[in-house]
Design a protein around this ligand. Structure first.
Ligand code: SF4
Length: 217
C-alpha cells in the first residue's frame, strides 16, 4: 500500500475530522468557563461574593477535568511542600479586597497590627533583596495560614517535580505548569480583570503582599 493510499483512506480522513472537531470543543470549554464566571459575577459588588463564585467555578472545573481528561499531567505537589510560596504572586484587585476582608473579620486588633508589621517588613526586605522571599502567610509548619482564601495564582500553581521548585527558589527559573490547571485559573483571572474594566475600575493585576499591606494600613 502506498502512503497516498493509506492517508486517503476514508476512515482516516473521518478520524482526522473528528479530532479537529473534538479539539475545537475542548478549547471552547475554557472560553465557556470564562464567559460563565463573567456572567455570574457581573452584577456583584462584594469581593467576598465575587471570589466565592470564582472559587466555586474553578473547584468544579478542576474536578471536571480530572474526571474526564485523566491523561492531563500528574503533579508532584503535596501538603507541606512550600517552595512555590517563594515565588512572586500577582492578583486581580478583587483577590486583595477579599483577603483583606477575611483578615479584618477574623483577626483581633493586636493580630492585625502584628500582621501589618510583618507585611511591611516583607515589602522593605523585598525591595532590597536579590533573592526570593518566603511568603509571610506561610506558617511555622510550612502551611498557608490563609489557605481557603489564598490568591488564584497560588491555587493555579503546579509542579511536575518538587526538586525543580526547590531549585527555582535559588536560581529564579520558572517551573513548567500543568496547562489545564493554568488555563482554568486564567479563565477566572480574566473574568475578574474584565469585570474591573467594565466597571471603570483599575484592572491591572497587582503585587500580592505590597498591595495587601497598603489595603490593611
Ligand atoms: S498566600 Fe499561601 S499559598 Fe500563596 S504564596 Fe502565600 S503561603 Fe503560599
Amino acid at each position: 500500500m502506498s502512503s497516498s493510499e493509506v492517508f486517503s483512506e476514508q476512515a482516516v480522513i473521518e478520524t482526522a475530522e473528528q479530532i479537529r472537531n473534538a479539539t475545537k470543543r475542548y478549547e471552547q470549554l475554557f472560553v465557556d468557563l470564562q464567559s460563565q464566571i463573567s456572567l455570574d459575577i457581573k452584577d456583584l459588588d462584594s469581593p467576598v461574593q465575587i471570589m466565592s463564585v470564582c472559587r466555586k467555578w474553578t473547584d468544579d472545573a478542576l474536578i471536571f477535568f480530572s474526571n474526564n481528561f485523566p491523561l492531563h499531567r500528574k503533579t508532584d505537589c503535596e501538603k507541606g511542600c512550600s517552595h512555590c510560596c517563594f515565588l512572586p504572586v500577582t492578583c486581580p484587585p478583587q483577590v486583595i479586597a477579599d483577603i483583606a476582608i477575611y483578615l479584618k473579620n477574623t483577626l483581633s486588633h493586636q493580630e492585625l497590627t502584628q500582621l501589618q508589621q510583618l507585611l511591611q517588613k516583607y515589602v522593605l526586605k523585598q525591595e532590597s533583596s536579590q533573592h526570593r522571599l518566603k511568603c509571610p502567610f506561610l506558617n511555622q509548619h510550612d502551611l498557608c495560614s490563609i489557605y481557603e482564601y489564598r490568591p488564584l495564582a497560588c491555587r493555579s500553581f503546579t509542579s511536575p517535580d518538587q526538586q525543580l521548585c526547590l531549585a527555582s527558589v535559588r536560581d529564579g527559573n520558572t517551573v513548567t505548569q500543568d496547562p489545564v490547571q493554568h488555563r482554568i485559573f486564567m479563565a477566572a483571572t480574566s473574568a475578574l480583570v474584565n469585570l474591573c474594566k467594565q466597571n471603570g475600575l483599575p484592572y491591572q493585576q497587582v503585587k500580592f503582599i505590597p498591595s495587601l499591606a497598603n489595603v490593611l494600613e
